[in-house]
Every structure is written in C-alpha cells, then in structure tokens.
Design a protein around this ligand. Structure first.
Ligand SMILES: C[S@@+](CC[C@H](N)C(=O)[O-])C[C@H]1O[C@@H](n2cnc3c(N)ncnc32)[C@H](O)[C@@H]1O
Length: 347
C-alpha cells in the first residue's frame, strides 16, 4: 500500500522487521552492497546512482546528517541585522545563512517560537532551500500570483514579503487545517495581499473553482506534494515509506498540477515548479513531460535570476540539467530541494 504523499509534515514509519534484518545482515558484510551502505531500499539505490553517479554516497550521507534550524526574517517588519541582534541578546548563537540574504541559522535547536519577536511576526522558521526557491521564483511587487499547493504557507509568506504587500497572492490548497495555519501565520506577518481558497477534491468542482483564474496569472507557484526525500536529515525514517507505487502516484499528481498551472498562467505568465525531492522522477522528468505536452512553454535558466536576488555565490546545481536547480545538503548545506522556472513563449 502506498503511504500518503509527503504533504509538508511527517509521519514516521520505520523499515519492516524483515527489511531491518536484511539490512543489518547486508551492512555486516565486508563490502556491503550500495543499498545497505546508503540505507535505502535496493530499487531506490539504483535510481539514486543513476542520478548522482559517483557523488551518490556523498549526497546520501549528507542527507543522514543533522539539519540546522533556519529562519527567514520578515522583511515587511524587520531586518536581518535587527533579528540577529535580538537572538544574540537572548543568548542564542545565530549566524547569517551562507546564501539567502534573509536567513539566519542556529546550529542547535532552541525554543524560537516562545520569543516575543516570533509572536510579532518578525521571522518565520524556514529552511534556507525554501527561502532560495522563493527568492528565485521571480515574484515581483504588483504581480498576480497563484500558489496551487500553498499548505501552511511557508512559500506564501516568503512570496508576500518579496511582493511588499503589493499585487495579490491567491493561496490554494485542498487541506483546510493547513490553510487555517496559513491564515494565522499571515496575520502575524502582517501580510495583507493574500486571499486563501480551499480547493475541493472532485475534478469537476475543482475546474469550476479554478475557472476564474484561467489565463490570468503572472506567476503560478507549484510546491508539489512529493516523496519528501530532500528532508531525510530531519526524518530519516521517511526513506522507508517510499516505494515504487507511491512514487508513481506522486509523479502522476505532479504532472497534472504542472499542466494545470500552465492553464492558469496568463499570456506572459511564468511558473515556478518546486519539490522537496532529490529524485529526478519528481523533478526534471515532470518538467520534461509537461514541456513535451505543451510547446507554448520554455524553461528559464535559474542562473539568470541569481544576481538580482543576492544569490550570486550559490554553488552549482546538482541537476544534470544545468538550467534547473537541485539543491542538496552535500553541495549547498540545505535540505534537498528542486526548482524549475518556466515561461510562456512569446507570441
Ligand atoms: C509540499 S506541501 C506544500 C508546502 C507549502 N507550500 C509550504 O511552503 O509550506 C504540498 C501541499 O500540496 C497540497 N495538495 C495535495 N494535493 C493537492 C491538490 N490536488 N491540489 C492542491 N493542493 C494539493 C497538500 O495539502 C500540501 O499542503
């Protein structure tokens, strides 16, 4: 049975007893097979080797490390230096994140949410990878933006701050509880250019709900449900939830969300497609599929945006496709995260 798709929070499931025994035996061999060294099921080891080649062990080992605690300063209400000063005053050893100009990093977990500054919306907890994706999304003040999988709003809040509360963000998701959390976070952050809509699950009703946005949006953001394989540092057990059936289901949903985004974007519209996955099937392959079905769209090389958003020093992508960004803990010190930027071809 496939487990639920990764939706932004975590359900823990350890490998089965048989699987644990097999793994322990394999790991005890003088030269353990690669799947045992990587601590992933054999089918997944094959795919990772195909994608990362000689770098596979380095990449997967880094995903077994400890994730730092990153936060994003809310530029609507404060500055990075001011929040850094506040944290230092509380005795927390924070440093600036290496790449995101809005990020601060704590190497040890601390009760950040109990600080008055958190209650006042001066910062949000957000991994640097997710901050980088929002910065590179190409969002601009006065844009009409639709976020198709807004969830509890990690990206939405970052996009809204970059828009300086100008223009409009339509935050859509199927999950009522997450959207409620988004509402509370947006109030705290003083985000005022936001409309939240819950999508129903039935295809016909969904088409009705989306109809008014068709061909209207400057930017559509798809932070697609996925395997969550980029977050294994935080939840190592997550890798044992993944099977091939689960992955196929995720890919089918990702493809349909991206094709839907293509309909919602206007004549000069752009799309930012992202996942917290390190697997090509959920990333470049989804982009290739959608582009092969729709010749009105083309890729925008993410490198073109780096300088504009203060990310000139970002290390090269771990993707085999140089225009698409695959962040990994081994290369970037972030969660594994993927971003591809698309734009409608000029008439
Ligand atoms: C990776 S999470 C999004 C995380 C969120 N954007 C953030 O930054 O915190 C994926 C989201 O997709 C939503 N989702 C799942 N299926 C969906 C669908 N068919 N249409 C829209 N949203 C969907 C889930 O409820 C979940 O909130």
């Amino acid at each position: 049975m496939p487990a639920d798709l990764f939706l932004g929070n975590y359900a823990i499931e350890a490998p089965s007893e048989d699987e644990t025994t097999r793994l322990l035996r394999a790991q005890a061999l003088e030269t353990p097979p690669l799947d045992a060294r990587l601590n992933v099921p054999p089918w997944l080891a094959e795919r990772l080797i195909h994608r990362y080649g000689d770098a596979t062990e380095t990449e997967i080992e880094a995903l077994a490390g400890r994730a730092p605690l990153d936060l994003r300063v809310n530029s609507l209400k404060s500055s990075r230096d001011d929040v850094l000063g506040l944290l230092t005053d509380h005795g927390f050893a924070a440093t600036k994140t290496p790449y995101s100009p809005l990020g601060l990093r704590l190497s040890d977990p601390v009760p950040l949410k109990s600080l008055p500054a958190f209650g006042k919306g001066l910062f949000e907890i957000q991994d640097e990878a997710s901050q980088i994706a929002a910065l590179l999304s190409g969002v601009a003040p006065r844009d009409q933006v639709l976020e198709l999988c807004a969830g509890a709003g990690g990206k939405t809040l970052a996009l809204g701050a970059l828009m300086q509360n100008k223009g409009q963000i339509y935050a859509l998701d199927t999950d009522k509880r997450r959207l409620q959390e988004l509402k509370e976070r947006a109030d705290r952050a003083r985000l005022t250019n936001l409309q939240i809509h819950r999508l129903t699950l039935g295809a016909e009703k969904r088409a009705d709900q989306l109809y008014r946005f068709n061909g209207q949006m400057d930017l559509v953001v798809v932070d697609a449900p996925c395997s969550g394989s980029g977050t294994w540092r935080r939840n190592p057990e997550l890798r044992w939830r993944l099977d091939e059936e689960f992955l196929a289901e995720a890919v089918a949903l990702q493809r349909s969300l991206l094709l839907e985004a293509m309909m919602l974007a206007g004549p000069k519209g752009r799309i930012a497609y992202m996942t917290c996955s390190i697997l090509g099937e959920e990333n470049e392959d989804v982009i290739d599929y959608a582009l092969s079905r729709n010749d009105q769209w083309e890729l925008t090389d993410y490198h073109r945006k780096l300088g504009d958003v203060g990310l000139a020093d970002l290390p090269e992508t771990a993707s085999h496709a140089p225009e698409m960004l695959q962040l990994t803990p081994a290369r970037h010190g972030t969660d594994g995260f993927f971003l591809a930027l698309l734009q409608r071809c000029p008439e």
